[in-house]
Design a protein around this ligand. Structure first.
Ligand code: MG
Length: 463
């Protein structure tokens, strides 16, 4: 169990729990870890648009250099751009300084393995162990690392995407697109990608700015009012928004309707499964059944995993999957790389529209619809495990339960729907997800099971 690394790297408030001492120590631990297997590791480092990036970048770079690693700074880039660079340019590891969609006073550090995927939990645990034990292996004075910069990362990445989609077909359609980069890292890639794909673009908040003046960088409906308004008032084929580090994409159909991530996941999954005439797709247990229905109806097979994109990506590699991703707009295309990739999602959606010659709203209407309820209940971290076990005991003999799945938390399949109760990996809360095709059933299940979890937490607090 890692203390510093959460579901998506280390995150914290700048100059509070995310400070230069931590970054320096993590840099030394990271370098020490890499040098156990590589004599002279070469590391790529990139950042999103945040104001504290220089402070953290120089601190972690200094730590890495002190252990004898060479560090190449690729500048302000989306997370998937850094990941692609690590894989394609044979780096031994990658560092991305980002707090993704968190508010501007947050920042974070995320690790990338030599194959471009996010660090596995084992690697994070090993780095933390070195960090806490201060078991650093510093280089001799003549062997400290060298620092350099490289500005080829964005072109490399855009060309990688262009080589995996049918550029001529997309260019012929001359799509008109509204793009909202949320002043995040996507600003340095996505407008150029759209231009190369022959699109004309209405740009909103496409200048990198770590104060996020446009809106909060989580692409939720309440943050995308300007984009939705722009789509409604213009004749664009669709709108697209990226989160702060541009690994996640959210689409708005041509009528201005917000499309939830599980629908986009299903649309892309259908297309890729049909193109491959089957194949495996991978997603966490939290994803709507609309994805399972779509993959199975397209002749594919779906595998569920625990929550977390690094877990999804690694299962995809192990099972040679054709597609995967999360319900939050994080889509993974193995043809390019094994990580969430918003720019690649955009290119695929354009290719689907170009081939199908139908509107995005028409294509989304074909995806099955489920009513989803998500709620959370406060619960102290030290009680989560015992509550989890007690919950399984309590509900396993419930006569309505058809199947129990304990991949992550406890997922109960009942007639017409399912309930998932799982402790958060990062916050002191228990999450309850409910899904059913029937709105009334979903509401009832949500109320019932929220109460079961609340009562269980209450009883544990009083014992
Ligand atoms: Mg992100």
């Amino acid at each position: 169990m890692t203390k510093l690394f959460g579901t998506n790297g280390i995150r914290g408030v700048v100059n509070n729990d995310m400070n230069c001492e931590l970054a320096l120590g993590i840099g030394k631990a990271w370098g020490t870890y890499l040098k156990r297997t590589v004599a002279k590791p070469k590391i790529a480092i990139g950042t999103d648009a945040r104001l504290s990036n220089d402070m953290l970048n120089t601190a972690i770079t200094s730590g890495l250099l002190s252990t004898g690693c060479d560090v190449v700074d690729v500048g302000l880039v989306p997370t998937p751009t850094l990941q692609y660079t690590v894989k394609e340019k044979d780096f031994d590891s990658g560092v991305i300084i980002t707090a993704s969609h968190n508010p501007p006073h947050f920042n974070g550090i995320k690790g990338v393995a030599s194959d471009g995927t996010e660090f596995s939990k084992n690697v994070e645990e090993a780095i933390e162990k070195i960090y806490f034990e201060k078991n650093f292996s510093l280089a001799n004075w003549g062997d400290v690392g060298k620092h350099s910069t490289w500005d080829g990362s964005i072109d490399l990445y855009i060309n990688g995407i262009l080589s995996t989609v049918d550029v001529d077909l997309i260019r012929k359609q001359r799509f008109h697109v509204a793009l909202d980069c949320g002043n995040g890292a996507g600003s340095v890639v996505t407008p150029t990608l759209l231009e190369k794909l022959g699109c004309t673009t209405i740009e909103l908040f496409c200048e990198p700015d770590g104060t996020f003046p446009g809106h909060n960088s989580e692409p939720l409906p309440e943050n995308l009012g300007e984009l939705i308004k722009t789509v409604k008032e213009s004749d664009v084929s669709f709108g697209m928004a990226q989160d702060g580090d541009a690994d996640r994409a959210i689409f708005i159909d041509e009528n201005g309707t917000y499309i939830w991530g599980d629908k986009t996941l299903s649309l892309a999954g259908k297309y890729i499964t049909e193109e491959n005439k089957g194949g495996i797709s991978v997603t966490p247990v939290t994803t709507s059944t609309c994805f399972e229905d779509t993959i199975q109806n397209s002749g594919g097979e779906l595998i569920y995993t625990r929550v977390g994109s690094p877990i999804v990506a690694r299962v995809m590699m192990e099972r040679n999957a054709v597609f995967g991703g999360e319900e939050n707009g994080g889509l993974i295309f193995p043809e390019l790389q094994y990580c969430r990739d918003s720019a690649m999602s955009l290119a695929i959606i354009l290719e689907i529209l170009a081939k199908e010659k139908r509107s995005l709203s028409e294509l989304i209407a074909e995806i099955p619809n489920y009513e989803v309820y998500k709620t959370k209940i406060t619960c102290s971290n030290d009680k989560k495990e015992v509550i989890m076990r007690a919950l399984v005991d309590k509900v396993k003999d419930n006569k309505d339960v058809i199947k129990i799945d304990e991949t992550d938390g406890v997922k109960l399949y009942v007639k017409g729907g399912w309930i998932l109760m799982r402790p958060s990996g990062t916050e002191p809360i228990f999450r309850v997800y409910v899904e059913s095709k029937d709105k009334h059933q979903a509401e009832q299940l949500a109320l019932n099971y929220k109460k079961i979890v609340e009562d269980m937490i209450q009883s544990m607090n009083t014992t």
